[in-house]
Design a protein around this ligand. Structure first.
Ligand code: IMP
Length: 429
């Protein structure tokens, strides 16, 4: 049996939460390997809805959850999320949640800097979640992060804070934002230490033991390939690598441990925040998709921009993300539309191209080339087999498979966990 990595194949919000939950029930361990509490995974189990940002989705299914070193961890956000799900009846503690001791922490100065930067960018703002994700990753590669393990060494912590503040307070002064006093940060971290340190672990070793014991691991990606810091619509991206290759470095395993890579894509496209979106709809159909699909950000509540399925972009995500099979979600949102369009390429300054170029101006100039397909009048909602789908819906799915050059292995037809059509078991490799 293979391990499985799940990644988003568009701009996030593809419905990963449901798929990860479904797969988590069959895994032994669920690992988050990048991102932070900018992610929002909604899981509907019976009459309960869980909204997770940092906790690996497996905690809902009683599995061991691991937060890998590739994540940036906001301690306060983690503790609040644990309190929230505990109030919903879940048990989360050091016996079922382990956190890499080398995970970098998001401190209160990171969201402050994130927001000050966005304000300074004005009209050109990225539209970040304001959670401090970017500044925390900058500190990590700038080698001045405070990491979870530093909480166990108060002298190291104090010296590292001096170094960190030298950098940050200069920046905050430049942006006209208030400086951060060291004492407040140090006292805050020392107070958090006894609550956090029991979760600290040598994750790479735990995962190696799991591998030797033949356990199944699910790597839970956040955001999506088009928000990848290298491969996405830069600079309108998040600050981590969201492709499957990132699971190895972000968890502390070799690339061969990743196993089957499952990409998640919505049957149409959405994006939250700024940046290029060639197949975006600014009309009544776009509004309808947003309304039917409940397209509001889980983390920030912002309305998501909606558009037609962009097969050219998803094909690119399949290639750079290492996707071996796709899950198509929210097909039911398209029920009843008389015709559907699929973007198959772009016209850029008169030239036809079959990939989204890297340069910002070229991306912004990309006009979609659409192929039109007939819609269906019946319902796909809640379908659990191909036979229950209208013929036009099957054609739509098959055409997508062809264009993105990856098989669709799962179809999700409602937020309910069992409303899923499985063509191939990802754990079978
Ligand atoms: P950041 O990750 O907060 O820095 O935000 C950078 C960009 O990524 C913004 O456009 C956000 O809207 C987007 N983003 C971050 N996390 C998510 C997510 O989980 N779903 C969708 N978009 C996201």
């Amino acid at each position: 049996m293979a391990n499985v990595a799940v990644i988003g194949a568009q701009w996030g919000d593809e419905g990963k939460g449901k798929v990860v939950d479904w797969l988590a029930s069959r895994a032994d361990i669920v690992v988050r390997f990048q991102g932070g509490h900018n992610a929002g995974h909604t899981l509907v189990v019976g009459d309960q809805t869980y909204k997770l940002s940092l906790l690996p989705s497996g905690v809902v299914r009683g599995k061991l959850g691991i937060i890998g070193n590739g994540v940036v961890l906001d301690p306060q956000a983690l503790l609040s999320e644990i309190d929230k799900v505990t109030a919903q009846g879940l048990k989360v503690g050091p016996d079922n949640l382990r956190i890499a001791e080398n995970v970098p922490l998001i401190l209160p100065l990171h969201p402050a800097l994130d927001r000050a930067r966005e304000t300074a960018r004005g009209q050109d703002k990225i539209g970040t979640t304001g959670r401090g994700i970017g500044p925390a990753y900058e500190d990590k590669v700038g080698r001045r992060s405070i990491r979870l393990c530093d909480l166990a060494e108060p002298e190291t912590l104090s010296a590292k804070l001096d170094e960190l503040l030298l950098h940050h307070n200069s920046l905050l002064r430049g942006l006209g934002a208030p400086e951060f006093p060291k004492k407040e940060l140090l006292d805050g971290l020392l107070a958090l230490a006894p609550k956090l340190l029991p979760y600290a672990d040598t994750v790479w070793e735990r995962l190696d033991d799991a591998r030797q014991a033949g356990k199944r691991v699910l790597f839970e990606g956040a955001q999506a390939v088009m928000l990848d810091v290298d491969h996405g619509t830069y600079p309108y991206v998040t600050s981590s690598n969201t492709v499957a290759g990132s699971a190895a470095a972000g968890a502390g395993v070799g690339p061969d441990a990743i196993g089957f890579v499952l990409g998640i894509a919505k049957a149409y496209a959405t994006r939250v925040g700024s940046g290029p979106f060639p197949s975006e709809l600014h009309d009544e159909t776009g509004r309808l998709l947003g309304e039917r699909g409940h397209e509001f950000g889980t983390v920030t509540g912002r309305p998501r921009r909606c558009g037609w399925f962009d097969a050219c972009m998803v094909r690119q995500a399949v290639k750079v993300g290492g996707v071996k099979g796709l899950v198509l979600t929210k097909l039911d949102v398209l029920d009843g539309l008389p015709e559907l369009k699929i973007c198959t390429g772009y016209r850029i300054h008169g030239e036809v191209v079959k990939r989204l170029p890297a340069a910002f101006r070229a991306q912004a100039a990309a006009e979609p080339i659409f192929e039109t397909m007939q819609g269906w009048s019946g319902s796909t909602r809640g379908a659990r087999s191909y036979a229950e789908l209208p013929a036009e819906a099957v054609k739509y799915v098959r055409r997508i498979e062809e264009l993105v050059e990856a098989p669709i292995v799962l179809l999700s037809t409602s937020p309910e966990r069992d409303d899923t059509i499985m063509m191939r078991d990802p754990f079978a490799g």
